[in-house]
Design a protein around this ligand. Sequence first.
Ligand code: NAD
Length: 260
Amino acid sequence: MLKGKTALVTGSTSGIGLAIARAMAKDGANLVINGFGDAAAIEKERAGLETEFGIKAIYSGADMTKPAEIDAMIAQAEKQFGSVDVLVNNAGIQHVANIEDFPTDKWDAIIAINLSSSFHTIRAAIPGMKKRKWGRIINIASAHGLVASGQKVAYVAAKHGLVGLTKTVAIEAANNGVTCNAICPGWVLTPLVQKQIEARAKASGQSIEEAKVALLSEKQPMHQFTTPENIGALAVFLASDAAQSITGSAYSIDGGWVAQ
Ligand code: NAD
């Protein structure tokens, strides 16, 4: 379905972003991958995507806290492939603390990476999408884009902001062949969540397995993790022609978290 199209996925060197990039490549899209990590491991991943799926993949090391690097990443993608057709804003970080203990630099970083970077990528990529009359923007928000939890003030604020940004962009681009939607996952077992499980186990004296069950059952009626591949499949659906009239939506994929 996505053959000949270009998908750019921020934060795709790990976790959900990597699974989304793989799903887009499997569907035929050329890729721009992005994120931090070991240079040799990233190159291996990039080259592996090309061989496994018969597509072209380039890497951008743009830091999502830096608007100039984001502009350069979009320009690099358009120069290399002629277009950015599917833009997936996925890069994100977390920090857990009560507001009075929340470090101000962590607040700034979370707002920059989890919210403002999507403003910058969309601002740079949407003129090309509107001109070509086709584009798909998919913002990876969270159940925390719809409801809150304690100790996550910056994350919850950023993700609620991202859902709002999604709706505005959807309205603006509604008659230009461009859709903009958010995906709101519940718990997905990635390095971002593994850190929280380890911190819980340490604080409570539980085993890692016990801490996993405790984490899941506190929020989700379904006591199992959504997989990164589940989210990749939803992103590919939202990028398809079948989803052409879905815009401004926030899709929950959360084991019933926000149904309560
Ligand atoms: P992860 O830690 O596995 O991956 C995060 C990615 O973002 C990595 O590739 C990392 O290098 C990249 N990144 C971080 N800072 C960056 C920066 N400044 N510039 C560029 N790239 C940067 O995390 P994940 O769990 O796969 O999370 C991906 C997205 O999904 C995030 O937006 C997260 O909030 C969201 N999400 C995750 C869960 C979950 O349970 N894991 C649930 C809901 C939403």
